[in-house]
Design a protein around this ligand. Structure first.
Ligand code: PXP
Length: 247
């Protein structure tokens, strides 16, 4: 069964809208776990625009499932990760004014930094993942770097699956889906664990979740958006149902 890691960044985004204390992402993490989430994911950004050190420290002490921290591969973040000891660190690219992560990391271009930071984290007993576009050369690079896990970027698949696409073309959707599948297959052949995520929602999640190579999905915005209307526990349960319903 594909595991669901709930990204709770946008609970913190709402808190930061008033620079106050509510809603608390730690409370959200507990509710997500109670509803069946298999993990909690947060992105500790350089600008701390939503999740902050206080959140990751409390999450580390509180949650019972897997804590995955997404971060840029920088010295500052490595120190924080080594001290906090999440279960897994996912390396992501970060551009200061981006609305959200814009694409996968280039594992070839950033190979040296990824290799040395992964080693520091591995020595501290922390697993590492790299967020990558579904590109076979990137998967090969992740293999050379000894990544435990890769998270395949589903953004382009999601864009083509969206009913709002101006001219939705089934062939583009099928092509993007195939790229994810081929990348996932290659990663599994290399013995790399495969996660996926970005812009997955209740309507487009089924086919990705059904891919046997993909063992875990990271989903945030769609769940938090639905939670604002129906409550977080129900939103998480409904996502688990959408993931495991034949499409
Ligand atoms: N995976 C990665 C690497 C991300 O950066 C994000 C966005 O923070 C997600 C998954 C979750 O994306 P979404 O919020 O669109 O579900």
């Amino acid at each position: 069964m594909t595991r669901l890691a709930v990204n709770i960044d946008h609970i913190a985004t709402l808190r930061e809208a008033r620079k106050g204390t509510e809603p608390d992402p730690v409370a959200a993490a507990v509710l997500a776990e109670l509803a069946g989430a298999h993990g909690i994911t947060v992105h500790l950004r350089g600008d701390r625009r939503h999740i902050k050190e206080r959140d990751v420290e409390l999450l580390r002490a509180t949650i019972k499932t897997q804590l995955n921290i997404e971060m840029a591969a920088t010295q500052e973040m490595m120190k924080i990760a080594a001290a906090l000891r999440p279960d897994i660190v996912t390396f992501v690219p970060e551009r200061p004014n981006e609305v959200t992560t814009e694409g996968g990391l280039d594992a070839m271009l950033h190979g040296d930094a990824l290799r040395s930071f992964s080693q520091i984290l591995k020595d501290a007993g922390i697993r590492t993942s790299i967020f990558l576009d579904p590109d076979l050369d990137q998967i090969k690079a992740a293999h050379r770097l000894g990544a435990d896990t890769v998270e395949i970027n589903t953004l382009r698949y999601a864009a083509h699956a969206a009913p709002r696409s101006e001219t939705p073309r089934r062939s583009d959707l099928a092509e993007e889906f195939e790229k994810i599948r081929e990348a996932a297959r290659m990663a599994v052949k290399f013995g790399i664990r495969v996660a996926a995520g970005h812009d997955l929602n209740y309507r487009n999640v089924g086919p990705v979740s059904a891919m046997e190579e993909v063992v875990e999905l990271n989903i945030g915005h769609a769940i938090v958006a639905r939670a604002s209307l129906v409550g977080l526990e129900r939103a998480v349960r409904e996502m688990l149902e959408a993931m495991h319903t034949a499409f």
